[in-house]
Design a protein around this ligand. Sequence first.
Ligand code: FEO
Ligand code: CA
Ligand code: CA
Ligand code: CA
Length: 663
Amino acid sequence: MVERSQFAEFESRSKRADALEDIGSNTSPGETIGDIIGRRFNRRDVLRGALTATALATLPGYALLNPDEALAQAAAKAAFDFKEVTAGSDENHVIAEGYDADILIRWGDPVLPGAPGFDPLKQTAAAQKLQFGYNNDFVGYLPMPGAANGSQHGLLCVNHEYTNEELMFPGMGGPQQIKKNAFSKMTKELAEIEMAAHGGAVIEIKKDNGKWQVVPNSKYARRIDANTPMDITGPAAGHARMKTKADPDGRRVLGMVNNCAGGMTPWGTWLTCEENFNGVFWGSADGHPEAAKLRRYGAPSNQYNWGAYFDRFDVAKEPNEPNRFGWILEIDPLDPASTPKKRTALGRVKHEGAAGATSKDGRYVVYTGDDERFDYVYKFVTAGKIDPANRAANLDLLDNGTLFVAKYNADGSGEWLPLVFGQGPLTAEKGFTSQADVLIDARLAGDALGATKMDRPEDVEASPATGKVYVMLTNNTSRKPGQEDAANPRANNKFGHIIEMSPEDGDHASTRFRWEVLVRCGDMSDPKVGATFNPATTKDGWFGMPDNLAFDSRGRLWVATDGMSKKSAGRNDGLWAIETEGALRGTSKGFYRVPEGAEMCGPCFTPDDETLFLAVQHPGEGDEAAGEGSFENPATRWPDFKPDMPPRPSIVVITRKGGGKIA
Ligand code: FEO
Ligand code: CA
Ligand code: CA
Ligand code: CA
């Protein structure tokens, strides 16, 4: 989620940003090859192509070669093999030559039996509950147990992160107009459609005759939305601060909202996490019994007016309801009757994702970023071990364990600090009276522990090949000169950066790590930007605002971006392949770009790397000042391109023409 949430965050964050205590050191540890070449590049005003070869020839391993040979040898070691797409902005999407990009499912397409055909002018909440929701974000693939080919038949778990009233409903105007008009065009019925379009979906999909299709009337098909009953489990379940009028036990909540990225566990469950939940809360923190805690989460931020119709979203009427959102959920896609569980042991923040890895001794480790300016990177380590032979034994593994927050030291070392009640500053004196408090107020616990304030941590995920953990830091234009630190080295960080962490002893349960910046993102041709892509990257290959990431089965890194447009970057968002090893480390290439107004989400490969699923979110957003980006005048009508059909967030399937592994 970009513009809308960023705008709201900017408002809600400005006070906190002013109070920041970061002392800028601006000392970048462990320079990468990209850093070194980038510095030379900035200093020399020569043609980039010639410089690339010359710079490479000065690097270890290439020093004895002439520049042309150095370049040729480095290129031969590239991990990716495809012709990059030209950077730009179009109403349609663009895929690298030699690949097909097909639409699998769109907003409004049927998921459950009886779903009516999609009619944007006659939409109802009842129809939406049976149809694919809005703004698909995370995509997880689970091979169908027992399938003849698990890479050609499986379940897709998809998050529906949020809704765009201005693109979904006629007559609303643009997003700023909607807020300016105090939601005067909204109705309870439209709010109910929005609630039904949030959440997630499980669909069964199969590749027949070379084409992927949704299996109709699958017994696994499921829609989960902002009113689906769910259990609250783990240390905060039943705590007084989790109780409401509708739920005096504090163990049952209706719905999940703003589910951004996520992960799939080795035991085949779907982790989906609530991000900008503060947006669905209505009213003011003034007069709230826990006003300061509410404000630390930016709630309420009145991005939706559901609270005008439903008391539980009005913080004056139901003060504890915000405590019941902002969690990581676990859902069993193989059991459509199962109740989703909010796993409180993993802490309450504005979670971007929840990607896991296994520790050396077999415990499960979930990495997550808290996507807010100056917020933190976390991981959770289970107390118990995964039992590969007994799926049922793993189903509540995530209720017990330790949550940690990351501290990045300037010397390239780092520590994971435990969020455990009674340890360090997490005591009654500091306002924490139980582990439930520590988890409900995880941000405040991170503050007390002195965690490193990051430039909006999005996806955090470990490479299955090397065990190195990659952190997408999407941007932070609120970081002022003097607030830079080693891990967040740029003030007014418009384009973000990527940090690479190496757990001590290669063990994801370790409390220590080494880290370095893989790449500072942005336009390499503008020295003021300070981007550090490997100069083997072409003018088309650089990107900004890294958000989601995926690894293919070979452990190659793919990055999805959120926030680039013709206006902000001269190019749309997309999926980028970035080298992480060898002399080409830090070289990026564009593989796919989204249509106008969209962001790129959900990259996900089948186990055989022959299919790549992508999620195109909010196509059609546009320049509101220019009258663009509304139901009547979207920036694109992708993917249908019919005059009476609004743009539709969709899942795209990428395959290689004639078959074979991707890239
Ligand atoms: Fe929903 Fe952090 O992007
Ligand atoms: Ca984002
Ligand atoms: Ca998103
Ligand atoms: Ca995201």
